[in-house]
Design a protein around this ligand. Structure first.
Ligand code: NAP
Length: 310
């Protein structure tokens, strides 16, 4: 029997997916009719992005699962009209993109590259940066993306610690967890990378009190979500030198409003939510595999725990 999959993401994404997904369905051995418009009561799966116009799932009476194309799910976990299982995206492209972006920005701060790139007085500044083994890095959130980044940085020689909600162990990464582990995690890293989801528990995780627990002159790199940081507290910490620089990819309001002080602040780098993007070529396989699994009665991959919010 042919299954019906509704593509509900921004319309400009359709061209990226309309050929790649059917190929992946074929390779996975599932017969799926993919379209932008299907009568709701005939839809089996929704391939979804949270910025889609579709927000009311009530009419989808035979829906088997919503397969989210993004890693972040904060815009859908609270949707009470959605009763079907929800999965989120975990794939090679997102992971590799994030590892590259995080590594690049970490090396920028570790090596003090700005002093040489922006040097209008042509000052000869022969200060040698420390080796990576003498630089401590903390990754807040060591899930799929955070752990990949932590392992890549550890592979480069950095002294890496990670923080998660549930306890973890790792032979190369010092692992902290829970509320009790946060202060140790924050005190560890001179470079702190945020790869947490946006949930009620993680909102304003970096605030005046927690920023003060970081080593003086720390660098913050946030490709996680904007609400993880209290913007005013960060600006105050930048002004006192408690935080030396913040590289921010995500914001409470996106695009970041032109009047926001982050744009003009000399110690803030703004990137426009580009750290890692879902790429059709790498995620199609995951979508197809999840449909195959569900049809075969196997558990879905990357199921969202809606109570935990991620
Ligand atoms: P994930 O696999 O779900 O990992 C989330 C991590 O955060 C886990 O280690 C989790 O702990 C930890 N965590 C969650 N709540 C916590 C809490 N209250 N206290 C301590 N730790 C907590 O997610 P992911 O795939 O790595 O993605 C992480 C986030 O990256 C996404 O949610 C999204 O916001 C962001 N993202 C951004 C971009 C971009 O382009 N900027 C692209 C993709 C994703 P446990 O391990 O114990 O569960």
């Amino acid at each position: 029997m042919t299954l019906n999959a509704l593509f509900a993401a921004r319309l400009d994404r359709w061209d990226h997916y309309k050929d790649v997904l059917p190929k992946a369905f074929k390779a996975a051995g599932v017969e799926v009719h993919l379209a932008l418009d299907i009568a709701p009561e005939e839809v089996d799966y929704i391939i979804y992005a949270p910025n889609s116009e579709l927000q009311d799932f009530t009419p989808f009476t035979r829906l088997k699962a919503v397969l989210n194309l993004w890693a972040g799910v904060e815009k859908i976990t609270g949707n009470t009209t959605l009763k079907a299982p929800l999965t989120r995206m975990v794939d090679f492209g997102l992971q590799q993109g994030m590892v590259e972006w995080v590594t690049g920005h970490t090396l920028r701060h570790h090596l003090g590259m700005d002093a040489h790139i922006i040097n209008p007085t042509h000052a000869w500044q022969p200060a040698t940066p420390p080796l990576s083994r003498d630089r401590r890095v903390t990754v807040l959130g060591i899930g799929e993306l955070g752990m990949a980044c932590a392992e890549a940085l550890s592979g480069l020689g950095f002294d890496v610690a990670g923080w998660s909600r549930t306890p973890k162990t790792h032979d190369k990464i010092t692992c902290f967890s829970g509320t009790s582990g946060l202060s140790d995690a924050l005190a560890h890293g001179q470079i702190c990378i945020l790869l947490l989801p946006s949930t009620p528990e993680t909102e304003n995780l970096l605030n005046a009190e927690t920023l003060a627990l970081m080593p003086k002159g720390s660098f913050i790199i946030n490709p996680g979500r904007g609400p993880l940081i209290d913007d005013d507290a960060l600006l105050a910490a930048l002004d006192t030198g408690q935080i030396a620089h913040a590289t921010l990819d995500v914001f409470r309001v996106e695009p970041l409003p032109v009047a926001h002080p982050f744009w003009a602040h000399p110690q803030v780098t703004v990137t426009p939510h580009i750290a890692a993007e879902t790429r059709a070529e790498t995620c199609a396989e995951v979508v197809a595999e999840n449909i195959r699994r569900n049809e075969a009665g196997e558990p879905l991959l990357h199921l969202v725990d809606r109570a935990a919010g991620y």
